[in-house]
Design a binder for this molecule. Sequence first.
Ligand code: SAM
Length: 286
Amino acid sequence: MKMNTLNITKKIMNQYHIRANKRFGQNFLIDDNILKNIIEISNIGKNDLVIEIGPGLGNLSEYIINNSKFSILIEIDKNMEKILNDRLGKYDNYLLLNEDVLKINIDELIKKVELKNNTKYEQIKVVANLPYYITTPIIFQLLQESERIDEIIVMVQKEVAERMIAKPKTKAYGILTIMVDYLSDADIKFIVPNSSFIPAPDVTSAVIKLIKNKKYQVDNEEVFFKLIHSAFAQRRKKLSNSLESTHFMGFNKSQIENILLKNNISLNVRAEELTIQDYINIVNGL
Ligand code: SAM
């Protein structure tokens, strides 16, 4: 009888004397239905390249490798190297890197792999159960810094998934929401209870799919990013005060007020009350 992922996980942890390392955000996914659902919604094509961040013991990796043309597994924990190669050694279509994902230039890595394998992949996707302590920097890295990634399908803390698709005038709405909306189409696919992991995290999780799509016309991206960061730097303050105290573009108070009034924005408004289009109008009108 084929062992399920729960038993495989227990067996590997015993055999290699592994304990989940909290410092690296290790919570191993042990629910076969969830693993299959992640693969199903990832819709991996036979000629796709998939990057997995944090393969851990390889529970998701095996599914990914079986469904893709080639996979790159990036794992910071050196202890996982032997486990992963023992488990996955029968496959020849993966590359395991023992590195911190945040220190990697993803597009350069993709280029190297394409050259080495002499293959141009159809789509490039990230499929991962992310380490929660660095979810936001990873999402920014994949969305903002990489031009090659087409889709991102990741397990994150439910609250973070909700922040990604939040509406204005809510507490969850902020820089992450605006960046995700600016650079992708985002959709929460399903919620995952903490009992689906070993050890069980304190929080509920969600799988979210981000399809890269730049649908807004922004004249100066750099200024747009600066504006968003300045606006939300002090989100409880009035927007005009937040922009002034963060020295947005070096403008003084009356210049900032003029800009807001020119865009029909009340001087009493707070950052979370404006839509992404309001922010874009400010930038494009400068
Ligand atoms: N994919 C496995 C699973 O679903 O069972 C493990 C997921 S666990 C939530 C997150 C994984 O990310 C861990 O294996 C952890 O060691 C790894 N990790 C943590 N920080 C990392 C980093 N900066 N770069 C690469 N991997 C990291």
